[in-house]
Ligand binder design. Sequence first.
Ligand code: NAI
Ligand code: SOE
Length: 388
Amino acid sequence: MKTLTVGMIGGGFMAKAHSMAMASVNMFFDDGVFLKRKTIADIDEELARNAARKLGFEQYTTNWRDIIEDPEIDIVDIVTPNNMHEEMAIAAAKAGKHIICEKPLGRDAQETERILEAVEAANVKNLVAFNYRKTPAVALAKKYISEGAIGEILNFRGTYLQDWSADPASPLSWRFQKEMAGSGALGDIGTHVLDFAHYLVGDIDQVMATTKTWIPDRPIQKGTVDTLGNNKSEIKELGHVDVDDEFLTLLRFRNGVIGSIEGTRNAWGRHNFLTFEIHGEKGSIVFNYERRDELQVCFSEDPDDRRGFKTVYTGAAHPYGEGLWPIPGLGIGYSEVKIIEMHDFLQAIMTDKECEPNFRDGHKIAKVTDAILESSRLDRWVATNLSE
Ligand code: NAI
Ligand code: SOE
């Protein structure tokens, strides 16, 4: 068993998810690697100390560069707000560390291009955390599509609807500030659906979009962690939201497929309503992350009196089934999805293969994201220029 040593930067929500995956991955998959959680960094000292204790790190620091400069550290895991990804990822690449970086890879495609250049020059493994494509049902959809089970794809419809910011009292965290987030619902949740589209259908060539900010001002939030609307601010003063609350976009894929995506964090009653529906010449596939054990499929070749959607519950017979629970329906959760992501990252390191999705994928998604914002501004179709 090889040991690889980890430094994690950021001590909030994703620090917990990634640490849990690091602690559990060996219980599910045999990758031949043990991850030693050495150092966690957070700018908030109390938070860093607590994160180290709770998440199983040997030590903490308030200076993330301590992690970069530590020669024992093999892997840097970046789970900070989006504005820090570029500086941290480039420094980690220059120090020769393998990198996991949360999505979106950067605030815009200029940043992601520089990050991509750095990892390619350093030849280090790099994974961008579009974890939802690791859900077994989504990997199964990919398998059906690759095997031609629904024939040539005609269209892709995606949504990501949440409601944690629908209340105007939901505070002005970093996610509502362009300087830190880059964009709003688009970069935060839209990028996950764009990743589905990119993974399952292919490159997006053109977009026609509109964006909207419904709640222009919110109470200023105390502290550096975004509590996602769960704690109302004690501060009455309002600050300005300068990102989108909602976006809609039409898509033209390079292979001729057409599609649409919509995303909002202000849809009361929707929590993690991340869906896609794909129609092909020979059938259809439907997925909803709120029912993530299930893939709905319909095949045109079924007899007229039997044709309709059936539900496949993922289990041992499906992607990643060898490591997960032995009976379908026991339940795939966010934890399992993050464990699979970690397993794929370790596999890439151990077998010297490219990570999927990697920073090249993250850069492509950033180019599409930029084009969506540009299209909304210009009120016309905009090219994504993915091949440049
Ligand atoms: P969070 O607000 O819960 O935590 C961010 C942490 O980073 C805070 O503890 C903050 O103090 C720390 N931080 C800020 N600047 C820092 C610096 N210079 N050095 C060290 N620490 C610093 O944020 P969350 O939700 O964990 O998000 C982090 C990243 O993960 C974002 O890029 C976000 O888009 C992504 N994310 C991805 C999810 C997924 O499903 N893939 C889910 C949630 C977030
Ligand atoms: C908030 O919208 C959030 O935590 C996003 O940042 C994640 O990427 C998403 O997966 C869950 O919701």
